[in-house]
Ligand binder design. Structure first.
Ligand code: F6P
Length: 343
């Protein structure tokens, strides 16, 4: 059996743990694995490297992906889909394991349904917003990165009696902002799931100051929405292959509003891609490894058109077609718990 593996979309810590596990489990079943480079682009162009237990054994602790990644969408141009199918057969592949978020997995699902490519999906997104899995690897590392940054920002905020607004990733879902906000005792958390209430936020910050807390921390998700009359979230006009705009800038906007309405000196720190960099946490290494082993087992058993997923503490297989297209929004119960502190 010859298996191709690729990583598509944004990188995150834990991808290499998945790759290593796929390679090992396929090898143990007397198969071989190749790594298609830079997401679906490599699958179209046939760019790949040979993977072996030897050349992947030392990568579990490395961030990013040794295969490179891209947001290439073969369905943007139907000729690319034909080329991809030809490449799959030309390389003699029996299975294709696509590690990616919703965009990557939708492509995998369509290739399976429409072109009978033996696809298996492995879910991945830093935003933790895939509906068919309880958690995605990389999320744990990212909230720890935010936590470490806020712990450092707190001491400077306190010294200068400032408010610090920390902008996190989270395009459509507030998992990173909410979890890191709770972990760092943030005074207020803004997420995409609910309209931002700037008045309430400023009231909370003022009350805290009156109660003797001389600094404040606000965590805001990049995708949090301001009502139209409050201003606009900075977005690039250009969209990527999957139609997504580049977000960023809400933190600065919120900081300016706080300073104007409360009179408290305020700074903004946008953590951006720092949240996706560096070595994965132990949790993400283990989750990535488990998902990789189970994805390889699906390939070995020719159980295609499935995605591996974490349900509770078990790794299960779900139909790829059912796994894509629905977003997993932040659990409002967790936000309500966080709100106990917004007083
Ligand atoms: O993959 C999700 C994500 O990290 C979002 O949180 C963020 O908006 C986006 O990707 C950034 O994408 P890029 O790496 O292409 O700038």
């Amino acid at each position: 059996m010859k298996v191709g593996v690729l990583t598509g979309g944004g990188d995150r810590p834990g991808l290499n743990a998945v790759i290593r596990a796929v390679v090992r489990a396929v090898h143990n079943a007397n198969g071989t694995t190749i790594g298609l480079l830079e997401g679906w682009r490599g699958a179209i162009e046939g760019n790949y490297i040979d993977l072996s237990p030897e050349n992947t054994d030392g990568i579990v602790d490395r961030g990013g992906t040794i295969l490179g990644s891209s947001r290439t969408n073969p369905y943007k141009n139907s000729k690319d889909v034909d080329t991809l199918v030809d490449t799959f057969h030309r390389l003699g592949l029996n299975a294709l394991i696509a590690i990616g978020g919703d965009d990557t997995l939708v492509v995998g699902s369509r290739l399976f349904a429409e072109r009978t490519i033996s696809t298996i999906g492995c879910p991945k997104t830093i935003d933790n917003d895939l509906s068919s899995t309880d958690q995605t690897f990389g999320f744990d590392t990212s909230i720890n990165i935010v936590m470490e940054a806020v712990d450092r920002l707190r001491t400077t905020a306190e010294s200068h009696r400032r408010i610090v607004v920390v902008e996190t990733m989270g395009r459509h879902a507030g998992w990173i902002a909410c979890y890191s906000g709770v972990a760092t005792a943030a005074d207020y958390i803004l997420v995409p799931e609910i309209d931002v209430d700037l008045d309430r936020m400023c009231d909370v910050l003022k009350k805290r100051r009156e109660a003797g807390k001389l600094y404040g921390i606000v965590v805001v998700s990049e995708g949090a929405k301001l009502s139209k009359d409050e201003g606009f979230v900075t977005q690039d006009a250009e969209v990527d292959d999957f139609g997504h705009v580049k977000l960023g800038g809400i933190g600065e906007l919120v900081a300016r509003v706080i300073e104007k309405r409360t009179g408290f000196e305020t700074r903004c720190v946008t953590l951006g891609h720092l949240q996706r960099g560096g070595p994965p946490s132990a949790y993400d290494r283990v989750l990535g490894t488990r998902l990789g082993i189970h994805a390889a087992r699906l390939a070995i058993h020719k159980d295609f058109g499935k995605m591996v997923a974490l349900r509770g503490t078990n790794i299960v297989a779900v139909p790829l077609a059912d796994a894509v297209g629905t977003m997993r929004k932040l659990d409002m119960g967790v936000l309500r718990e966080a709100e106990e502190f917004f007083t």
